[in-house]
Design a protein around this ligand. Structure first.
Ligand code: ARG
Length: 466
């Protein structure tokens, strides 16, 4: 590449500074697939012969198997994955290798490789999100009727089923799948053919290259095609939100695993110990996942900042997109894998959850709604029950044990049937509007998700009730 224009080799320190092969080598399967498609188009256009095309094709496939068998020597002085593979090809097949880069630049080549990589990773990460949703669903099914307090502000609020909580997580991860699929639509555009920035005087059939590589669209502006990394930003945003969801789930589980709550217990196989305190069993996997969300956000900020104020088309700054992208993919893949393995082993302490859900204050809103059903305006009912709660706190009594005359004093609408209000399961049963946590709704949602996630196949043995 430097043979013509330059009189000196690149300084060693500059070479080391600018080389990207130490990380972009991971794009090799996409680089090779792209080159094979490009060679086919060159042959169709009559730029290379059928024999040359076959040599290129076979040479690239041999290089791919060398890489996969650990026999390929990556060379930093060749800068990046693209130059390494091209140089190895020419060494292997001779002159025909030197024709491969006709009508192509590394600018459209790297954009192509990245788009192919992101498309493949979207499929992989969606599959891992599906496994996590399945683990959450199995847990929901096993503990479908366990009652727990629902919290707002981490203060006891209203009763829910633990399964309702788990189904809420499935909803969030479903939005992640949807977002990734949507991101895939904008990633699914072929940039190859844009050249360095202005296409080429050698005209190739880009539609047919797109078909060969599985792209549904072809970029329509060469300048935009080499400068566009929106798809990478979007993808990193999708992964940052996956991290946020995992982090919030982690935080709930960490809180519930404390002695103070005692709602759940992590398996020994997914817990850390203390080098000093013999009794400790720490929720390390959840804490690390919460922590790793920081780097997912950082990677998104990094690419956005790199792209800010870049002049149009390609600038070398754009090489900085790759480490952020690769790191977020590795981080999210690993976190999803750990969570899918960890969740089935979590022990649920039903007694502790249900004892906490037995707090009659959780039904204070139900009490106000009781008065509403008897004709009181809600604001008035809210105040009456607020006074009752305050009275109970002062008298150091649970709300349901405040003497009936105190109820009567505050409102004549209270009758003997008020005792029914303090039945948690009755309360849950009446929460039956769409999306509310009645057991019928929860069971229907479990059925729905089973269908979505397993194509309606019968339940696996691990998903049976215990
Ligand atoms: N390694 C480069 C990157 O990742 C490839 C494109 C280099 N193009 C160039 N004109 N120097 O962006």
């Amino acid at each position: 590449m430097r043979k013509g224009r330059f009189n000196k080799p690149m300084a060693e320190v500059a070479q080391h500074y600018s080389a990207s092969v130490s990380f972009d080598w991971r794009l090799y399967p996409h680089d090779i697939a792209g080159s094979i498609a490009h060679a086919t188009a060159l042959a169709t256009a009559g730029v290379i012969s059928a024999d040359e095309r076959n040599k290129i094709d076979n040479g690239l496939r041999a290089i791919q198997s060398d890489i996969e068998n650990g026999k390929f020597q990556w060379d930093e002085s060749l800068e990046d994955v693209h130059m390494n593979i091209e140089a190895a090809l020419t060494k292997r097949i001779g002159a025909a290798g030197g024709k491969l880069h006709t009508a192509r630049s590394r600018n459209d080549q790297v954009a192509l490789d990245l788009r192919l990589y992101v498309k493949a990773e979207i499929m992989e990460i969606c599959a891992r999100l599906r496994s996590l949703q399945t683990a959450l669903l199995n847990l929901a099914e096993q503990h479908v009727d366990v009652v727990m307090p629902g919290y707002t502000h981490l203060q006891r609020a209203q009763p829910i089923f633990f399964s309702h909580y788990l189904l809420a997580q499935i909803e969030a991860f479903e939005r992640d799948v949807e977002r990734l699929r949507d991101c895939r639509i904008r990633t699914d555009v072929l940039p190859l053919g844009a050249g360095a920035l202005a296409g080429s005087t050698i005209v190739l059939d880009r539609q047919s290259i797109a078909r060969q590589l599985g792209f549904s669209r072809v970029s329509q502006n060469s300048l935009d095609a080499v400068g566009d990394r929106d798809f990478a930003c979007e993808f990193l945003f999708c992964l940052a939100i996956v991290g946020m969801h995992l982090s919030r789930l982690s935080e709930d589980l960490i809180t519930w695993s404390t002695s103070e709550f005692g709602f759940i217990e992590f398996s020994d196989a997914f817990s850390g110990g203390s080098s000093l305190m013999p009794q400790k069993k720490n929720p390390d996997m959840a804490e690390l996942t919460r922590g790793k969300t920081g780097r997912l956000y950082g990677n998104l900020m990094s690419i956005l900042t790199t792209l800010k104020a870049l002049r149009s088309s390609y600038n070398r700054d754009m090489q900085e997109d790759k480490e952020a992208l690769l790191d977020s993919v590795d981080t999210v893949r690993a976190a999803l894998e750990v969570f899918s393995a960890m969740l089935p082993e979590i022990k649920i302490h039903r007694d502790r959850m249900e004892a906490a859900a037995g707090d009659p204050n959780l039904l204070a809103t139900d009490l106000a709604e009781y008065l509403v059903k008897k004709g009181a305006p809600f604001r008035e009912a809210h105040e009456i029950v607020g006074k009752l709660v305050s009275h109970a706190a002062e008298a150091n009594l649970p709300l349901n044990q405040v003497p009936r005359q105190e109820f009567k004093k505050l409102s004549p609408l209270f009758d003997a049937d008020v005792a029914n209000v303090f039945d948690v399961r009755r309360s849950l049963a009446s929460r039956c509007a769409i999306g509310a946590p009645s057991s019928e709704n929860v069971e229907a949602q479990i059925e729905h998700w089973r269908g979505q996630l397993m194509g309606g196949r019968p339940r696996s043995p691990s998903a049976s009730k215990n």
